[in-house]
Write a protein that binds this ligand. Structure first.
Ligand SMILES: *Cc1c(COP(=O)(O)O)cnc(C)c1O
Length: 370
């Protein structure tokens, strides 16, 4: 097998068409490339039905760069940000707030507990000085889905701003800007859109962006500067990730041709169901109950059998053509398997078959959690 299938939540397996879109070079000043950027940005806003009040500001870099830029630009320096924390990407936001000198209020949750709307409501009621809530939609550290619509309604009712890290849910789990109010939603090229990594983007409320000039203490991460320059010139400030944008254009075209969000959501749900049922048949236990599981990435408990070793397991599964993902939990030994990318349920079944062979070879008989 030449190229392994990436069962990881970005970078992920891309289609041949998306890869082929990277075979041309583009001039960053050229009108054709500017038109490409503009068309991609238009479509990215449309995916969340945000045309009325939101604009897209793209940014070079991985998803975290865009999260940091959104907070640094759209959250004023004297703001106070509530972070419902049920996993590693929530904790990353808290770290970003610390680096940027924005006050954070952490609302701790268990990693098997979805962000609790009632607790967010009570916290906002008790502390009127909290100006924003930063909410991760699908917490990729475990794969848990947080009740975003409910939380957005509460944040709006209290008149606070909402920053959404929708990195691993955007384009696969519905978010409708017409009914779900937010100041900023952050995602990236290399997740459920099935582009290649290298570009993040912020779907920002235009009115918020317009009053956010001067907030950013970083030039490269200033979304207002990026947006204004792009509006004026059609160009990116600084060298754009040209091939990434071209691949994303191709990926969005395929996304639409395949039936858009409902089709993507259905395919990922089938992938997730095939994976979970296959792994359960082998004796594995999922970390999350099905009701909390987003169809994006699944965390499995490591088997307690002494013959199991993740490094060895990983290498052998990789030799059969599938790249797994280590766990991200400190308290429990786990590993993760992504359901996203240009793959279908047949691929997931092949991956499960590879896992079964490897367990046999390694002599891992007891697949129960420790
Ligand atoms: C992937 C991801 C990010 C961004 O991670 P990068 O490694 O910077 O691309 C942020 N939040 C969530 C929930 C993610 O899944």
């Amino acid at each position: 097998m030449s190229e392994p299938i990436l069962l990881t939540p970005g970078p992920l397996t891309t289609s041949a068409q998306t890869k082929a879109a990277m075979l041309s070079d583009w001039g960053s000043w050229d009108g054709a490339f500017n038109a490409l950027t503009a068309s991609v940005c238009r479509d990215l806003v449309e995916i969340v039905d945000g045309q009325a009040e939101h604009v897209c500001v793209p940014l070079q870099g991985s998803g975290t760069f865009a999260v940091e830029a959104a907070i640094g630009t759209l959250v004023p320096r004297n703001a106070k940000v509530l972070v419902p924390d049920n996993g590693s990407y929530c904790k990353r936001i808290v770290r970003i707030l610390g680096y940027l000198g924005r006050e954070a209020v952490v609302l701790p949750h268990g990693e098997q507990e979805p962000a609790a709307p009632a607790r967010i409501d009570a916290t906002l009621k008790a502390d009127p000085s909290i100006t924003h809530v930063a909410q991760v939609h699908c917490e990729t550290g475990t794969g848990i889905l947080n009740p975003l619509a409910e939380i957005a309604a509460i944040v709006a009712r209290h008149g606070r701003g909402l920053i959404i890290d929708a990195m691993s849910s955007y384009a696969a789990i519905p978010i409708d800007a017409r009914t779900l109010p937010f100041d900023a939603l952050i995602a990236a090229s290399g997740k459920c859109l099935e582009g290649v990594p290298g570009m993040g983007f912020v779907i920002a409320r235009r009115a918020v962006l317009e009053r956010s000039g001067g907030n950013s203490r970083s030039l490269a991460m200033d979304l207002v500067d990026q947006w204004q320059y792009m509006q004026k010139t059609g160009q990116w400030r600084f060298t754009p990730p040209t091939h990434v944008v071209a691949a994303l254009r191709a990926a969005v075209d395929q996304y639409r041709a395949q039936g858009g969000l409902p089709a993507r959501q259905a395919r990922y749900a089938e992938n997730c169901a095939a994976l979970v049922s296959g792994m359960r048949a082998l004796g594995f236990k999922t970390f999350l109950p099905d009701a909390l599981q987003a169809p994006i990435i699944v965390t499995f408990h490591a088997p307690r059998d002494k013959a199991y070793d993740f490094g060895e397991f990983y290498r052998r599964v990789r030799d059969r053509g599938f790249i797994l993902y280590p766990g991200k939990l400190t308290a429990v030994d786990t590993f993760r398997v992504g359901c996203i990318g240009a793959i279908n349920a047949d691929v997931m079944r092949q991956a499960v078959a590879a896992v079964a062979e490897v367990l046999g070879e390694m002599g891992v008989r007891d697949r129960n959690p420790a």
